[in-house]
Design a protein around this ligand. Sequence first.
Ligand SMILES: Cc1cc2nc3c(=O)[nH]c(=O)nc-3n(C[C@H](O)[C@H](O)[C@H](O)COP(=O)(O)OP(=O)(O)OC[C@H]3O[C@@H](n4cnc5c(N)ncnc54)[C@H](O)[C@@H]3O)c2cc1C
Length: 457
Amino acid sequence: MKTDVLVIGDGLAGSAAALEAARLGARVALVSAGPASSERAQGGIAAAVLPEDSPRLHALDTLAAGAGLCDPDAVAMLTSAGPETVRWLQSLGVRFDGGAAREAAHSLPRVLHLGGDQSGHTLMAFVHAAIEREPNISRYTARLHALLGDGVCVGAVFSGGLTVLAGATILATGGYAGLYERTTNSRLSNGKGILEAARAGARVADLEFVQFHPTVFAGGHPFLITEALRGAGAFVVDAAGERFIDELLPRDQVALALARHRGPAYISATHMDPELLRTSFPNFLRNCRHAGIDPLRELVPIMPAAHYTMGGVATDLDGRSSVEGLFAAGECARTGVHGANRLASNSLLEAAAFGRRAAAAAASAAPVDGSPSSHTHVWRRQDMSLVDVRRILDSAAGVLRTGAGLERALRLLRSGASSAAAADAAELASMICAAALARPVSLGAHQRLDRPAPIAV
Ligand SMILES: Cc1cc2nc3c(=O)[nH]c(=O)nc-3n(C[C@H](O)[C@H](O)[C@H](O)COP(=O)(O)OP(=O)(O)OC[C@H]3O[C@@H](n4cnc5c(N)ncnc54)[C@H](O)[C@@H]3O)c2cc1C
C-alpha cells in the first residue's frame, strides 16, 4: 500500500500528526497496536492560559525541572504553543473541566483537566472521534516490525503482512517505561519504535533519563496512586506506621527517599476523612478494593515504578530525525524540551504540539525516494526471557544506579535471548544501561549512587 504520510502510533502525538497532515491535504495511513500512555494520563495538560501566567513563566519552570539539560529553543516553542494547542483541541470538540490546577513543580495553576482524574481517556475519546470524521485518514491495527529503506525511510512493515510505502513516515510509538518490570505504562510502551529507528540509522539520545513515579501500588497489578492524595493529607509510612519522609517533596525526591528506605513502605489514608476519599479519590478506593485492600482501615503497600522516559529519537524542532524521510513526535522523540527531567503534564502538550509540527514538516517535504529494503537482525539464542530483561533493567537502571551494576547488566543483556521479543527488549535495555554508564554524574532523573550530587527538581 502507498500513501503520502505514514503515522505509526495513535496516541496523542500520532493522532495530532495524522489530523494535521490530513488537514494539509495529505493521504494518511495511521497504524497502531492499541491504547498506550495517552489513554492512561490522569492529571492533565499544561498550558499558560490564565491571565497571571505566561509562556515565559511556564518555560522557566520547565527549564528548572530539566536540570540544565533542556534545549531553550525547544522549551520556548513548547510553552508558547500551549494556549494555541488548547484552542486547537477545543476546535476538535474537546471539553475541558474548567479552571486550571497548580501541580508538581509548576509555579502557577496551569494544568487543565478533563473528566476529573480520567484526563487522558476523555481527551483521546474526543481526538479519536475527530479522526473518524476525517476522510483522508485510513486506520490499521498492526504492530511495527521494521522501518523500510537503506539510509532513508520509505515506510514500514507490520504484523499481518501489512507493508506501507510512504513519502514521509512519522514515528509516534510512545516511550519505553513499559520495558521495566515495575511500570505505570502499558507493555506496548516498550520502545520498539525507537529501537527500529536506531536500527535504521537514526540518532537517539538521553535514554538514561527515566522518570519514576514514587507511589505505585506494590502488588501484582501496579496502579498509580496520585500525588494529589499526599497533597490532601495521606502519609508515607514504614511497616511500624511511622512517617519517614516529607510527603510534599517533589516526585523525584520522594522516589529517591523510597529507593533508599530499607524495608516496605506504605501509603496511609486511614486517618483521612472517608467522605473526602470517596468524593475526590474514587479511583484510588476502587483500585485498592480491587486488590483486596480497604484503604480506610489498612495501609497500602507502595514502590516507585518507571513512569515516563525523556530519551528517544533525536529530532529538530519540526520532528525531523537524522534519517531522511523519518520524523518522530511525542514520547518516542527527544526534542530537548524535557532535558534531564520532565515537568509533570508537559508531555501531553508536547505530544499534541510537536505531533502537529512534525506533520506540517512531513506533509510539505519532497517525498523521499529509495529502495524499500529492510535489515535482518540476528540474535544469539540463550535462555534469557522478556521477564528476565525487565528485572535486569529494574535492578540496574532503576531510581538509583551504580557503574558496577550497569556493567553487570550490560554483560547479561548482551549474552543472548530466548525469543525475538526478548532480544529486542535486551537490545534497547542495553542501550539504556550503556547511556547510564556513559554519564558518570547524578543529574535530574539519572541518579548514580556512586556519583552522588544534589538533586535538581
Ligand atoms: C499512568 C500515566 C499517567 C500520566 N499522566 C500524565 C498527565 O497527567 N499529563 C501528561 O502530560 N502526561 C501524563 N503521562 C504521560 C503521557 O501520557 C505520555 O507521555 C503521552 O501520552 C505520550 O503520548 P504519545 O502519543 O507519544 O504515546 P502513547 O500515547 O504512548 O501512544 C503510543 C502509540 O504507539 C503505538 N505503538 C507502540 N508500539 C507500537 C508498535 N510496535 N507497533 C505499532 N504501534 C505501536 C501504540 O499502540 C499507541 O497507539 C502519563 C503517563 C502514564 C503512564
